[in-house]
Design a binder for this molecule. Sequence first.
Ligand code: SF4
Ligand code: MG
Length: 336
Amino acid sequence: PGAFLSVRDLRVRFSTEDGIVNAVDGLSFDVERGKTLGIVGESGSGKSVTNLTVLGLHNRKTTAIDGEIHLDGQELLSTPEREMEKLRGNKVAMIFQDPLTALSPYYTVGRQIAEPYMKHTGASKKEAKARAIEMLDKVGIPQPATRFNDYPHQFSGGMRQRAMIAMALICDPDLLIADEPTTALDVTVQAQILDLLKDLQQEMGSAIIFITHDLGVIANMADDLLVMYAGRAVERGSVREVLQTPKHPYTWGLLSSMPRLSSPLDEALMPIPGSPPSLLNPPSGCPFHPRCAFRNEVSGGLCSSERPSLAEGRAAACHLTEDQKQTIFIDQIEPR
Ligand code: SF4
Ligand code: MG
């Protein structure tokens, strides 16, 4: 039996005025129930596109998709949109960086939390209200029965984030996708929201995909980690393995910027000269080679001619030998 969520060789391309964008280029990963997979990478690395595709929220007209996505045995890419609509908010839910993309200013917070519950369970208005108040309480909103009637602008940023979590979790989803859910919040509130998510996950046993550029947050939240670059996974392993003995030069760059928690990624990436490649015209060979300080350690010009593959399990997609991956990290990167 496969994993609870299994993504295999996913390719997502869309056409733009300038040409075809290879947003996701052969991506495979698994997430088990009750576990959190962290996905880290800069904007444009394909992490958000991947998750929109899992949710069936890509533009079906302009997007070409190959590969397979199985959720609890069901193949999602061949599932019709009407079926996907039933899954979303019910079996699969999402929380975003900005609650205002999920919450309408025109309706009360309570009504918006109750709505998916009515839609997916057929509960009455009264039952849904009771359930929404219970959820508001669960996510730590004081006086939930009163707050039920507030509009989003009457909530603080942290409370809106909590409300969005309540809305996402009201149907007890099996899979929760959290896309930079705390990036906009100050550090104290961020820590509270992350603790809340962890507690709720323990209670509900959901699988979580946690997307972030912040390795400090990942270290706290995730069991497993996928590092993405230019639409591909470049490193995979348990969080512990990847953070303690990273094997990919791109991950080394990310890690050497780690002490500055929650700084914007563009700033954090300063230790890696250059910028991420255009996905209109990705570099030949290893997509990281134009920026990689170690490409000359690999003989035969392999880095610019041959694409390194990512093996199953604990692995890094890089032509360096296992020995080199270890010794370069220990000798040159770790002491910094
Ligand atoms: Fe650097 Fe070559 Fe490894 Fe790519 S394959 S990360 S260019 S050493
Ligand atoms: Mg994004």
